[in-house]
Design a protein. Structure first.
Length: 258
Protein backbone atom coordinates (compact mmCIF):
# COMPACT_ATOMS: atom_id res chain seq x y z
CA UNK A 1 0.00 0.00 0.00
CA UNK A 2 1.45 3.39 -0.94
CA UNK A 3 1.71 6.11 1.72
CA UNK A 4 1.59 9.86 1.34
CA UNK A 5 5.26 10.69 1.48
CA UNK A 6 7.81 13.06 -0.09
CA UNK A 7 7.04 16.56 1.22
CA UNK A 8 5.38 15.21 4.36
CA UNK A 9 8.39 13.14 5.40
CA UNK A 10 10.55 16.17 6.04
CA UNK A 11 8.03 19.01 6.51
CA UNK A 12 8.04 19.14 10.32
CA UNK A 13 11.83 18.66 10.59
CA UNK A 14 12.56 21.20 7.91
CA UNK A 15 10.34 23.91 9.49
CA UNK A 16 12.03 23.45 12.87
CA UNK A 17 15.53 23.26 11.37
CA UNK A 18 15.08 26.39 9.26
CA UNK A 19 13.95 28.31 12.37
CA UNK A 20 16.97 27.01 14.30
CA UNK A 21 19.38 28.09 11.54
CA UNK A 22 17.84 31.59 11.48
CA UNK A 23 18.10 31.82 15.26
CA UNK A 24 21.74 30.63 15.29
CA UNK A 25 22.64 33.11 12.53
CA UNK A 26 21.18 35.95 14.64
CA UNK A 27 22.89 34.80 17.84
CA UNK A 28 26.28 34.37 16.17
CA UNK A 29 25.88 37.51 14.06
CA UNK A 30 26.93 35.58 10.95
CA UNK A 31 24.64 35.19 7.93
CA UNK A 32 26.71 32.26 6.63
CA UNK A 33 26.91 29.49 9.21
CA UNK A 34 29.32 26.54 9.28
CA UNK A 35 27.16 23.43 9.34
CA UNK A 36 28.32 19.82 9.76
CA UNK A 37 26.05 16.99 8.61
CA UNK A 38 27.20 13.68 10.15
CA UNK A 39 25.93 10.69 8.19
CA UNK A 40 24.54 13.23 5.74
CA UNK A 41 24.22 10.71 2.89
CA UNK A 42 23.19 12.17 -0.45
CA UNK A 43 22.31 15.54 1.05
CA UNK A 44 18.58 15.39 1.83
CA UNK A 45 19.22 18.10 4.38
CA UNK A 46 22.70 19.35 3.47
CA UNK A 47 21.69 20.64 0.04
CA UNK A 48 18.61 22.61 1.19
CA UNK A 49 20.69 24.03 4.08
CA UNK A 50 23.34 25.17 1.57
CA UNK A 51 20.59 26.73 -0.55
CA UNK A 52 19.82 28.97 2.43
CA UNK A 53 23.36 30.36 2.08
CA UNK A 54 25.24 28.29 4.67
CA UNK A 55 28.42 26.22 4.22
CA UNK A 56 27.86 22.51 4.81
CA UNK A 57 30.38 19.72 5.36
CA UNK A 58 28.93 16.24 4.99
CA UNK A 59 30.77 13.33 6.64
CA UNK A 60 29.68 9.90 5.45
CA UNK A 61 31.52 6.58 4.99
CA UNK A 62 29.70 5.73 1.75
CA UNK A 63 31.45 6.77 -1.49
CA UNK A 64 28.18 6.24 -3.37
CA UNK A 65 26.32 8.58 -1.05
CA UNK A 66 29.06 11.21 -1.43
CA UNK A 67 28.90 10.86 -5.20
CA UNK A 68 25.12 11.41 -5.05
CA UNK A 69 25.69 14.40 -2.79
CA UNK A 70 28.14 15.99 -5.21
CA UNK A 71 25.74 15.57 -8.11
CA UNK A 72 22.77 16.88 -6.14
CA UNK A 73 24.69 19.92 -4.90
CA UNK A 74 25.81 20.71 -8.46
CA UNK A 75 22.27 20.37 -9.81
CA UNK A 76 21.03 22.76 -7.11
CA UNK A 77 23.75 25.30 -7.87
CA UNK A 78 25.39 25.05 -4.42
CA UNK A 79 28.46 22.92 -5.23
CA UNK A 80 30.80 25.57 -3.84
CA UNK A 81 29.00 25.58 -0.47
CA UNK A 82 28.83 21.78 0.04
CA UNK A 83 31.88 19.66 0.87
CA UNK A 84 31.63 15.89 1.10
CA UNK A 85 34.21 14.08 3.23
CA UNK A 86 34.54 10.32 3.52
CA UNK A 87 34.64 9.42 7.20
CA UNK A 88 33.00 7.81 10.17
CA UNK A 89 31.44 9.55 13.16
CA UNK A 90 33.69 7.40 15.39
CA UNK A 91 36.80 9.01 13.93
CA UNK A 92 35.12 12.33 13.20
CA UNK A 93 38.11 14.46 14.15
CA UNK A 94 40.39 12.60 11.77
CA UNK A 95 38.47 14.36 8.99
CA UNK A 96 36.95 17.57 10.43
CA UNK A 97 37.94 20.16 13.01
CA UNK A 98 36.74 19.89 16.60
CA UNK A 99 34.66 22.78 18.02
CA UNK A 100 34.33 24.55 14.66
CA UNK A 101 30.64 24.31 13.72
CA UNK A 102 27.64 26.53 14.47
CA UNK A 103 25.14 23.77 13.71
CA UNK A 104 25.61 20.00 13.58
CA UNK A 105 23.04 17.67 12.03
CA UNK A 106 22.83 14.05 13.11
CA UNK A 107 19.88 12.76 11.10
CA UNK A 108 19.15 9.06 10.70
CA UNK A 109 22.52 8.08 12.17
CA UNK A 110 22.18 7.10 15.83
CA UNK A 111 20.01 4.13 14.83
CA UNK A 112 22.89 2.66 12.83
CA UNK A 113 26.08 3.32 14.78
CA UNK A 114 27.50 0.68 17.12
CA UNK A 115 27.60 3.01 20.12
CA UNK A 116 25.10 5.90 19.89
CA UNK A 117 26.43 7.61 23.06
CA UNK A 118 29.94 7.64 21.62
CA UNK A 119 28.75 8.88 18.19
CA UNK A 120 26.68 11.59 19.81
CA UNK A 121 29.60 12.76 21.99
CA UNK A 122 31.64 13.31 18.84
CA UNK A 123 28.89 15.24 17.06
CA UNK A 124 28.52 17.46 20.15
CA UNK A 125 32.30 18.03 20.32
CA UNK A 126 32.16 19.39 16.77
CA UNK A 127 30.00 22.33 17.96
CA UNK A 128 31.59 25.65 18.81
CA UNK A 129 32.01 25.67 22.60
CA UNK A 130 30.84 29.30 22.73
CA UNK A 131 27.48 28.40 21.18
CA UNK A 132 26.02 25.90 18.77
CA UNK A 133 22.89 23.96 17.86
CA UNK A 134 22.55 20.20 17.45
CA UNK A 135 19.72 18.71 15.38
CA UNK A 136 19.05 15.00 15.92
CA UNK A 137 16.55 12.92 13.96
CA UNK A 138 16.02 9.25 14.84
CA UNK A 139 13.51 6.46 14.38
CA UNK A 140 10.79 6.37 17.02
CA UNK A 141 9.79 3.17 18.75
CA UNK A 142 6.05 3.84 19.10
CA UNK A 143 5.54 4.52 15.39
CA UNK A 144 7.10 1.18 14.47
CA UNK A 145 4.95 -0.70 16.98
CA UNK A 146 1.77 0.91 15.63
CA UNK A 147 2.76 0.31 12.00
CA UNK A 148 3.46 -3.41 12.61
CA UNK A 149 0.21 -3.85 14.56
CA UNK A 150 -1.95 -2.04 11.97
CA UNK A 151 -0.42 -4.23 9.26
CA UNK A 152 -1.58 -7.30 11.23
CA UNK A 153 1.89 -8.29 12.45
CA UNK A 154 0.94 -8.45 16.11
CA UNK A 155 3.81 -10.64 17.32
CA UNK A 156 6.34 -8.38 15.61
CA UNK A 157 4.65 -5.35 17.16
CA UNK A 158 5.00 -6.95 20.61
CA UNK A 159 8.67 -7.79 19.91
CA UNK A 160 9.40 -4.18 19.01
CA UNK A 161 7.61 -3.01 22.13
CA UNK A 162 9.48 -5.35 24.46
CA UNK A 163 12.95 -5.80 22.92
CA UNK A 164 15.65 -3.44 24.26
CA UNK A 165 16.51 -1.92 20.85
CA UNK A 166 12.91 -1.69 19.65
CA UNK A 167 13.41 -4.15 16.75
CA UNK A 168 10.46 -6.22 15.55
CA UNK A 169 12.53 -9.28 14.55
CA UNK A 170 15.52 -10.65 12.67
CA UNK A 171 14.25 -9.19 9.39
CA UNK A 172 13.92 -5.68 10.77
CA UNK A 173 16.26 -3.44 8.74
CA UNK A 174 16.43 -0.88 11.56
CA UNK A 175 19.14 -1.70 14.12
CA UNK A 176 17.69 0.48 16.88
CA UNK A 177 14.78 2.78 17.75
CA UNK A 178 14.30 5.33 20.50
CA UNK A 179 11.52 6.50 22.78
CA UNK A 180 11.33 10.28 23.40
CA UNK A 181 12.64 9.69 26.95
CA UNK A 182 15.63 7.60 25.78
CA UNK A 183 16.60 10.14 23.12
CA UNK A 184 16.34 13.20 25.37
CA UNK A 185 18.28 11.39 28.14
CA UNK A 186 21.04 10.48 25.66
CA UNK A 187 21.33 14.06 24.44
CA UNK A 188 21.16 15.60 27.91
CA UNK A 189 23.96 13.25 29.05
CA UNK A 190 26.33 15.06 26.65
CA UNK A 191 25.83 18.33 28.56
CA UNK A 192 23.62 19.97 25.91
CA UNK A 193 20.27 21.55 26.75
CA UNK A 194 17.31 20.09 24.88
CA UNK A 195 15.29 23.01 23.54
CA UNK A 196 12.62 21.19 21.53
CA UNK A 197 11.28 17.74 20.72
CA UNK A 198 8.96 17.01 17.82
CA UNK A 199 7.23 13.84 16.69
CA UNK A 200 7.62 13.37 12.93
CA UNK A 201 5.25 11.36 10.70
CA UNK A 202 2.73 10.54 13.39
CA UNK A 203 0.01 9.78 10.83
CA UNK A 204 1.69 9.84 7.41
CA UNK A 205 3.09 6.30 7.67
CA UNK A 206 -0.29 4.90 8.72
CA UNK A 207 -2.59 6.63 6.23
CA UNK A 208 -3.13 4.90 2.86
CA UNK A 209 -1.80 7.08 0.04
CA UNK A 210 -5.09 6.77 -1.87
CA UNK A 211 -6.92 8.70 0.85
CA UNK A 212 -4.60 11.64 0.31
CA UNK A 213 -4.34 11.41 -3.47
CA UNK A 214 -8.09 11.53 -4.17
CA UNK A 215 -9.04 14.57 -2.05
CA UNK A 216 -7.72 17.89 -3.42
CA UNK A 217 -6.83 19.49 -0.06
CA UNK A 218 -6.06 16.32 1.87
CA UNK A 219 -2.26 16.55 1.68
CA UNK A 220 -2.29 20.10 3.02
CA UNK A 221 -4.77 19.10 5.77
CA UNK A 222 -2.60 16.11 6.73
CA UNK A 223 0.51 18.31 6.86
CA UNK A 224 -1.31 20.69 9.22
CA UNK A 225 -2.44 17.78 11.38
CA UNK A 226 1.17 16.49 11.53
CA UNK A 227 2.39 19.94 12.57
CA UNK A 228 -0.27 20.21 15.29
CA UNK A 229 0.50 16.73 16.70
CA UNK A 230 4.29 17.11 16.51
CA UNK A 231 4.58 19.09 19.74
CA UNK A 232 2.23 16.98 21.86
CA UNK A 233 3.91 14.33 24.06
CA UNK A 234 1.07 11.81 23.60
CA UNK A 235 1.61 11.87 19.83
CA UNK A 236 5.42 12.04 20.05
CA UNK A 237 5.26 8.64 21.72
CA UNK A 238 3.74 7.11 18.58
CA UNK A 239 5.67 9.05 15.94
CA UNK A 240 7.74 7.25 13.27
CA UNK A 241 10.62 9.64 13.93
CA UNK A 242 11.75 11.97 16.69
CA UNK A 243 13.44 15.29 16.09
CA UNK A 244 15.35 17.04 18.87
CA UNK A 245 17.07 20.41 18.88
CA UNK A 246 19.66 20.99 21.58
CA UNK A 247 22.09 23.78 22.35
CA UNK A 248 25.44 24.31 24.00
CA UNK A 249 24.47 25.91 27.33
CA UNK A 250 25.71 29.44 27.96
CA UNK A 251 29.01 29.51 29.85
CA UNK A 252 28.70 30.76 33.42
CA UNK A 253 29.88 34.34 33.66
CA UNK A 254 32.82 34.98 36.01
CA UNK A 255 31.69 36.27 39.40
CA UNK A 256 33.05 39.48 40.94
CA UNK A 257 36.75 39.28 41.88
CA UNK A 258 37.24 38.49 45.56
C1 LIG B 1 19.45 6.73 6.89
S1 LIG B 1 20.80 7.51 6.06
C2 LIG B 1 20.49 9.21 6.54
C3 LIG B 1 20.98 10.19 5.52
C4 LIG B 1 20.67 11.66 5.83
N1 LIG B 1 21.25 12.08 7.08
C5 LIG B 1 19.17 11.90 5.84
O1 LIG B 1 18.62 12.21 6.89
O2 LIG B 1 18.57 11.81 4.77
C6 LIG B 1 22.17 7.08 7.12
C7 LIG B 1 23.50 7.58 6.61
O3 LIG B 1 24.46 7.38 7.66
C8 LIG B 1 25.67 6.92 7.08
N2 LIG B 1 26.41 6.21 8.13
C9 LIG B 1 26.25 4.94 8.55
N3 LIG B 1 27.14 4.66 9.53
C10 LIG B 1 27.85 5.79 9.76
C11 LIG B 1 28.91 6.15 10.64
N4 LIG B 1 29.38 5.26 11.51
N5 LIG B 1 29.41 7.41 10.60
C12 LIG B 1 28.91 8.31 9.72
N6 LIG B 1 27.91 8.03 8.86
C13 LIG B 1 27.38 6.79 8.86
C14 LIG B 1 25.21 6.05 5.92
O4 LIG B 1 26.23 5.88 4.94
C15 LIG B 1 24.01 6.83 5.40
O5 LIG B 1 24.38 7.75 4.40
Amino acid sequence: MSRPSASLRTAVVWDVLRGALDQRAKLSDRAELSVLDTGGGTGNFAVPVARLGHRVTVVDPSPNALFGLERRAAESGVAERVRGVQGDVRGLFDVVERGAYDVVLCHGLLEYVEDPADGLRNTVAALRPEGGTLSVLTSGLGGAVLARALAGHFTEARHALTSPGGRWGEGDPMPRRFTPEQLTALITSTGLEVISLHGVRVFADLVPGALVDTEPDALEALARLEAAAAELPDFQSVASQLHVLAEVPPRPTAGPAA
